[in-house]
Every structure is written in structure tokens, then in C-alpha cells.
Design a protein around this ligand. Sequence first.
Ligand code: FE
Ligand code: FE
Ligand code: MG
Length: 169
Amino acid sequence: MGSAAQKMCKLDVKELLKILNQAYAEEWLAYYQYWIGSQIIAGPMRPLVQDEFMEHAKEELGHAQLLADRIIQLGGTPLLAPSEWLQKAHCGYEVPRDESTMALLKQNLDSERCAIARYQQICEFCFGKDYETFNISLKIMHDELEHEQDWEDFIRDLKDGARFYKEKI
Ligand code: FE
Ligand code: FE
Ligand code: MG
């Protein structure tokens, strides 16, 4: 717990901790969604997407770490049980029932868009009132924007590839 951290924060710390724990839950779910996706994926560009899924998984875990650090600094406790992740998360977990490349890409694209909205919300909540949480959220949002673009690019390439083969065959 950081006493100065709490004094500096000109927000309702309880409300802020609630939101940070929601984001924390979402990061763990995002981590698992990528991790399990990279295990089961089947279809075009599998090795490339697999690597990118694992890389994103690592980054989502890094986000969970940043959030846990900040929650503790503000005197809170990161959610202690995985069963709470699904209860608290607003960006839900998308069960990858369809293991095809395109289906997984679309699920993860949706999840990234939800994550972007989440960090935009936290940035707006903290703007001018809690510089440190603002800064952390901005950093995470930067990564989520990159993640979104990765999937948009992959989806575009996959569609282009499908069109190309249709013309050739
Ligand atoms: Fe994340
Ligand atoms: Fe992400
Ligand atoms: Mg990436």
C-alpha cells in the first residue's frame, strides 16, 4: 500500500479499485483466450497466428501485472479467485468453440475492441485526477490498439488470400 499514492488520487478510490479489478479480470480472461486459441487453432496461416496469439497472451499477462501493482499500491486487493473473473469482467470471455483461424481472429478482434473501450473509460475517469492510473491505462490502451490492428490486418490478408485462390482455381 502506498499512502502517498492514495493521497495523490483525487478520485473515489473505492470506485477506482472496482473498475481496476474489472479490468484485471478481463486481462486474465484475455490471456487465456489467446493462450487456448494458440493451442487449438486450425486453418490458414496457423503458425503465424499461433505465434501472434502467444505474444498477445504474454502482453495481456503484463497488463494484469500492471493492474495488480496499481491495485495494491492504492490499498486494494486484486481478485483472489478465478471464479470472480467471469463475474466481474464486462469484456466477457469468448469460448473458442470454432477453432478455425477466421473465427478465432474475429473473436479476438471483438475482445480487443472491448478492451480499448475499457481503457478509454479508465483514462477518462482518471484524467486530471489520478495521473499514475491514467498513465498506466494509456500504456495498456496503446497495446490494445496495436492488438486490434494486428487482427484487422490478418483478417484482411486472409480474405485477400481466399479471393486470390478462388480466381486461380
Ligand atoms: Fe490487455
Ligand atoms: Fe489485447
Ligand atoms: Mg501484436
